[in-house]
Design a protein around this ligand. Sequence first.
Ligand code: 13P
Length: 250
Amino acid sequence: MARKKLIAANWKMYKTPDEAKAFFAEFLPLVAAHTRDEIAIFPSPVLLPTVIDAAKGSKISVGAQNIHFADEGAYTGETSIGQLKAIGGTHTLIGHSERRQYFAETDEIVNKKLHAALKHCIVPIVCIGEVLEEREAGKTAEVLKKQVTGAFAGITPEAAAPIVIAYEPVWAIGTGKTATPEMAAEAHAIVRAEVAKILGAPVANAMRILYGGSVKPDNASALLNQAEIDGALVGGASLKADSFKAIVTY
Ligand code: 13P
């Protein structure tokens, strides 16, 4: 069965509520008739209510860039999955490389968050990817396998259906350097094989693996036309309605 592609916008720490509203006013008419792919937007937490409201009545899903794994508690600055759900959020990123790099997120934390998201029926996008030194040292496969194994510890095939993976080579994020479609497809195949080892081939074959890292309107179609690439996680080029629309409609 063909995997429906998911094109996701990670807005990172950009935009005010007014800017988010302006984006939607421009973006919604551009994709109103687009049903081929799923679209999801991940704004920073303060924008979530505005963006969820703006997306109402459309097919666009809205999610958090990060969630805490605890149901509630004394965790200053954090957002729980229950809070995300209560306002209508349906998805979350987990383990983005910027969370791993700047906020010390480990595979163990990623694993706890993945369990929490599945428990609460929130669609998790688990982000993995190697840094430049690891790629240059020929360690890409090893790193990806370790990240997948760590993230998926204790996850059963029965529970795994909602999981999406995003392969984002860290050296390609925000740098303008993109993995070639062949490099990305090769990494995706490694990841899918590892998922198959852990959860079985049927789960692995159904799981969507997105590519992220300097996806732009001019490289989107080459990447997204690879059979192994099931969508994109887009940073910079998702901030403007026209460029994100061009990627969505690659
Ligand atoms: P850029 O598209 O800006 O490289 O960001 C990619 C990314 O980190 C998406 O999560």
